[in-house]
Design a protein around this ligand. Structure first.
Ligand code: SF4
Ligand code: SF4
Length: 407
């Protein structure tokens, strides 16, 4: 389970759809010692240490314990010495480090730190201008300048040989009308530079920002067709849907079981050193205290209600708790029809992706399951993080991490 450093919830941006608005403090005091102690404890409890007391490596000599990722808020707004201390801690514990950032403040000094601590950098950006207009702070002119600077910083990172990935949130400003084509071209330009990432759907609850289900279905299916035509690979949610249909382990958390009180995909470390759940859950403005025991309660409810008899259950698990209908985790994800369309579409051309015929019908695990899941079921999906977008999710850089040798 990835450890997300969420001690700093402050941010230099004011993105219109940010799911942290409801919990962002005016000011905050970070107890750095308590935070570090918690990160070390979680790393050890999560099996980061091998029997020899060093990093836990798999048979290929690759670190296979929990990763530590600097999230936020915006991690680059921390004082530089504290920022380096955190990155160094992640590196010492895992041999690599990672950051989710809006990318605006990145400069040569940050780049040197990223090189030193083998940092994978995931940038939250929703496209070139004006596709990115919901992100940033200030007037439209100021947001445009910020977007151009972030794009330049992405160039600098790549020139420095740093792993870069992207989380783009999909909304009215980059997935409707003429903008749709612009977005496709931007994704293609990233692909040609070997950058991939996630296309996370916007779930602010504001109809001026969020796509309707119809708009989202059109965007995601057209984008998939465009990617197929242009040989663009590696983008989520498609790669996760394919992986789920192929019953592989590396599947983003929105297509795995999620306990909103004990999110397996992420444990957040807060400013006082306490642990929290995935912050996407906080969209409803409520505080969620992390429970120590994992429960399958959401799955049990959905199997009796919204998702009863759905043939895609064992590839979807009701979607994300944080984007459930009415922000109530007992409901299925409000974009269920989008997922269903994609599961149907991708399974029909499954032979291209080596998807077993069984996944197309009711003959898979969904049919085998006649009773609700037990506690601890569904362990077969990859327990990595979600790059909780630019919101979350993350990290496509984790694929690169898997190839990164530990110390
Ligand atoms: S596709 Fe819809 S109904 Fe089926 S499991 Fe997913 S959220 Fe539930
Ligand atoms: S992003 Fe959604 S599915 Fe993933 S851990 Fe957070 S709430 Fe759960």
């Amino acid at each position: 389970m990835p450890i997300l450093y969420k001690a700093n919830l402050l941010c230099n941006f004011n993105c219109l759809y940010c799911y942290q608005h409801t919990i962002r403090p005016e000011d905050q005091i970070i107890d750095h010692d308590a935070v570090e102690k918690t990160i070390r404890r979680l790393w050890e409890e999560g099996g980061g240490k091998g029997e020899d007391g060093k990093l836990k490596l798999n048979e290929d000599g690759i670190y296979c314990g929990p990763k530590v990722i600097l999230h936020g808020g915006e991690p680059t707004t921390l004082p530089r010495d504290i920022f380096e201390k955190n990155l160094k801690l992640a590196y010492e514990l895992t041999g690599v480090s990672g950051i989710q950032t809006n990318g605006y403040l990145i400069d040569n000094e940050f780049i040197e730190l990223f090189k030193k601590y083998k940092t994978s950098v995931c940038i939250s950006i929703d496209g070139s201008w004006p596709l990115n207009e919901f992100r940033g702070v200030g007037t439209s002119k100021e947001r445009k300048k910020q977007t151009l600077k972030i794009l330049r910083n992405m160039d600098l990172l790549q020139e420095a040989g740093i792993n870069v990935s992207v989380i783009a949130v999909i909304h009215k400003a980059n997935a409707t009308g003429d903008r749709k084509e612009m977005m496709m071209e931007w994704i293609k330009s990233l692909d040609r530079r070997k950058i991939s990432g996630r296309l996370n759907i916007c779930v602010s609850g504001n109809p001026k920002l969020d796509l309707t289900v119809k708009e989202a279905t059109e965007f995601y299916t057209e984008m998939f067709d465009y990617m197929m035509l242009n040989a663009i690979r590696g983008w989520s949610p498609y790669r996760d849907i394919i992986a789920s249909l192929r019953r592989e382990r590396e599947v983003v958390c929105i297509f795995r079981e999620c306990d909103p009180y004990c999110t397996k995909a992420a444990v957040s470390v807060m400013c006082d050193g306490s642990t929290g759940v995935c912050l996407k859950i906080h969209h409803d403005g409520k505080r969620y205290i992390r429970h120590s025991k994992y429960s399958s309660i959401r799955s049990k409810i959905l199997l009796e209600t919204d998702c009863k008899d759905c043939k895609w259950w064992e590839h979807c698990y009701g979607g994300c708790s944080g984007t459930a209908i009415d922000f109530d985790w007992r409901n299925k994800d409000r974009f269920c029809p989008v997922y269903k369309t994609l599961f149907v579409k991708l399974s029909k051309i499954g032979f291209i992706f080596n998807i077993d015929k069984q996944t197309k019908g009711r003959s898979g695990r969904a049919q085998q399951r006649s009773s609700p899941p037990k506690e601890g079921d569904y362990q077969d999906h990859y327990d990595e993080f979600e790059h909780l977008d630019g919101d979350h999710r993350y990290l496509d850089s984790d694929q690169k991490w898997l190839r990164t040798k530990g110390k």
